[in-house]
Write a protein that binds this ligand. Sequence first.
Ligand SMILES: [Fe+2]
Ligand SMILES: [Fe+2]
Length: 372
Amino acid sequence: MADIAKEDDILGRARVRDTPELEAYYEDLAKQETGALWTVANSIEPWQPTPTSAPVLWRWEDLRPQVLRAIDLVRPEDAGRRVVYLRNPKRKEVSAACGWLFSGIQTMKAGERAGAHRHAASALRFIMEGTGAYTVVEGHKMSLGAKDFVLTPNGTWHEHGIEEDGSTCLWQDGLDIPLTNALEANFYEVHPDDYQTTNLPLDDSPATYGSPALMPELDKWDQPYSPLLKFRWDQTYEALQAYARVTDGSPYDGVIMRYINPKTGADPMLTMGANMQLLRASEHTKAHRHTGNIIYQVAKGEGYSVIGGKRFDWKEKDIFCVPPWTWHEHCNTQGGDDACLFSFHDLPTMRKLGFYAEQALEDNGGHQVVTG
Ligand SMILES: [Fe+2]
Ligand SMILES: [Fe+2]
């Protein structure tokens, strides 16, 4: 990598010194809403990605009571969605948890129901606690338990609620609202009838498309997103355990699997993807960095991650983020049990645009020096 301090010596980098004539020239250009590229080239064309987000860990023990406070303060029908969002200190202006990704913790109590709506941003949710939660996507109603993962792909009508005999539920909502807004492509619409009406049986999507390696012969699915809208935790964990028996896994992520559209094998939605990874007892991965924003939620166990040289200790339900092109490695500190990390990210967008890049840390045996 080139050294920024030596830019003056590099042909192809801007190195024009100001003179009175040039300053007068720049003023005249500005009057005509123009500018000289060489005055901004070095900042708009960095040598490598320069993430604006900070690595952050949000502790569940701090988050949970604050989210539950909202139950007595606002009703879902007034708030639209009763969500406390995670605000990266460096991304306040776009309400992002990391880069171009939004994350929030939503809570609803038994019998509550939020109105149906749709938006151009893609959304997903990872259930954290409670019973009786459901999501309806384009008429497909899905019952949701802890650690289940559910999609609400972009442009689809969706609504959430808790059955009368359920309990207070909390889940993480992940959306690419900041990305969609950055592209100035967002739409938001509320359902004309407030709620969807459906004759489809409960859990028809996982019943039809959720069996490993089997596809119905009568499949007529023609949408650009996955026909499987709900991914069950028990199936996911079972798959990881089975895979762990026959693989060393990734040096950077342990035993990692990707949620997919079972029909195509591709990511389940166009812009966002998600993974579940298993770190074996005492496993400490090596460090790498890549483009794309990642938001992790601890699904099981405890340990720590070193992100940009700083150690973040985590336990179940904590959430943390890894900004683009930032070194990261994970460690399961439990000697006798595995740990699992759920994550969602914008890698499908990065890959489709040809922006995916990855680098392994070579120094220090592949581990970062912890500085904080
Ligand atoms: Fe939504
Ligand atoms: Fe990574």
